[in-house]
Design a protein around this ligand. Structure first.
Ligand SMILES: Cc1cc2nc3c(=O)[nH]c(=O)nc-3n(C[C@H](O)[C@H](O)[C@H](O)COP(=O)(O)OP(=O)(O)OC[C@H]3O[C@@H](n4cnc5c(N)ncnc54)[C@H](O)[C@@H]3O)c2cc1C
Length: 383
């Protein structure tokens, strides 16, 4: 790995949040020779990134510029894994999805056609093809289906661990259990302000730039500097089973459409355990942090109907967390206009987007580049 000469003259960038986005940004900044301090209130990787279904995709991402952002990042994953220099649990094979009502079929076919016009390699397939792709699965009622060969999933814990190890080897300081409680401002002339110090539970850190990549807590931290970030969240849970022999012949990810109740998704991790994700998307005001036990057993029993190999397999763990969702559903990326040394990186689909956000954010932070494809995703679009 080639590391640029350390740019001591450019000072310190404090990255708040060691989830998949903060870890990727810290790694890419370190590659560019920046002096980085990466902070996390807890152990790195225990936020949304640990609960994530971690499916890398360009599916149903609209409008086209948002689809293109995801597609580009999806295509960057192999290179990112090589840069990280080890096993990050990448599993490719594509995504199979099916509808089970007439309305669901219409929606799916329309979406497939739309994604095709954007050059996304997805196609419709029929029931017999579904069965020939995955003969060991049981599809009850199929009205339409689609297959995309280019999608996959990844082990977020391994990715974050590899980013932190590599960034650390290049000189980044990584401080776990260090919660940010304050951002101090200094005047910069002409009524301008900048963040001068990050106040944490383990002392103050003078800084030249701050990146907030704190997932669902981003808005709370930005508010310490008087910056409003319109961010919602929904709650989600992922069920993880004990390890079983290979579940799929070809695919990496299986999804029902929203017309299947409860909607669900299955993927098999590289240790053989199966992650089942499904049920309702909790509302933003739902304080129950994840799905209740009744919903979890309903999701599990449907998963067993679709994948009979899960019959009798025990649940190892249920992870619950919050999805960080900017108010219009799209990422917030870039320096803020009101505080020019404050960079925000918060998004749903952050696993898909991690290689791209890390690489492009590092270019904007390190070189002051203004990257055109990030323009639609600035905070200022909210007015
Ligand atoms: C159930 C679920 C399923 C999902 N499925 C997918 C999917 O299939 N594909 C996909 O691409 N995306 C998916 N996502 C979204 C994706 O997981 C997130 O967009 C991504 O993980 C966000 O990463 P992050 O680094 O921004 O946030 P996080 O992983 O939440 O990390 C933020 C970090 O900030 C730290 N922090 C918070 N406050 C402070 C503070 N005051 N001081 C210091 N540190 C702090 C936290 O401890 C945490 O470690 C899913 C999310 C969920 C919850």
């Amino acid at each position: 790995m080639t590391v640029a000469n350390r740019k001591d003259t450019k000072g310190t960038t404090v990255v708040i949040g060691a989830g998949i986005l903060g870890a990727s940004i810290a790694f890419h900044l370190s590659l560019r020779g920046e002096r980085v301090v990466l902070l996390d209130a807890s152990e790195p990787g225990q936020g949304a990134s640990s609960v994530s279904f971690a499916w890398m995709n360009g599916h149903n991402k609209t409008p086209q510029h948002y689809h293109d952002l995801n597609r580009r990042s999806l295509d960057m994953w192999d290179r990112f894994a090589r840069q990280l220099g080890g096993d990050v649990g990448l599993v490719w094979g594509g995504q199979l999805r099916w509808a089970s009502t007439a309305q669901g079929a219409n929606d799916l076919v329309r979406r497939v056609q739309q994604m095709q016009t954007w050059g996304y390699p997805i196609r419709s397939c029929d029931n017999s093809e579904l069965i020939s792709l995955e003969p060991r699965l049981s599809f009850d009622k199929v009205t339409a289906a689609s297959f995309t060969a280019i999608e996959g999933h990844v082990d977020t814990e391994k990715v974050i661990g590899a980013c932190i190890r590599n960034a650390g080897a290049m000189g980044a300081q990584v401080r776990a259990h260090t919660k940010v409680q304050r951002l101090d401002l200094r005047e910069t002339g002409k009524n301008g302000v900048a963040i001068s110090t990050v106040g944490t539970t383990h002392g103050d850190i003078p800084c030249d730039r701050v990146v907030i990549a704190a997932g669902p807590d981003t808005a709370e931290i930005a508010a310490y500097a008087g910056v409003e970030v319109p961010l919602n969240h929904t709650f989600g849970a992922s069920i993880i089973t004990e390890s079983i022999p290979p579940l799929f012949d070809i695919i990496a990810v299986l999804h029902t459409c929203t017309d299947y109740k409860p909607q669900m998704a299955l993927r098999q991790l590289d240790d053989g355990s199966v992650m089942i994700h499904g049920g309702l998307h909790g509302g933003a005001n739902d304080r129950s942090l994840g799905k209740d036990e009744a919903e979890i057993s309903e999701v599990l029993s449907h998963a067993r109907q679709i994948a009979p190999a899960l019959e009798g397999v025990a649940i190892k763990e249920v992870r619950r967390g919050r999805r960080p969702i900017p108010a219009d559903g799209h990422p917030i990326l870039g320096y803020t206009e009101s505080i020019p040394n404050l960079y925000l990186a918060v998004t749903h689909s952050g696993v898909t987007l991690a290689p791209l956000v890390g690489e492009l954010a590092a270019m904007e932070i390190s070189d002051g580049a203004g990257i055109g494809m990030l323009e639609p995703f600035r905070l200022e679009r909210f007015g």
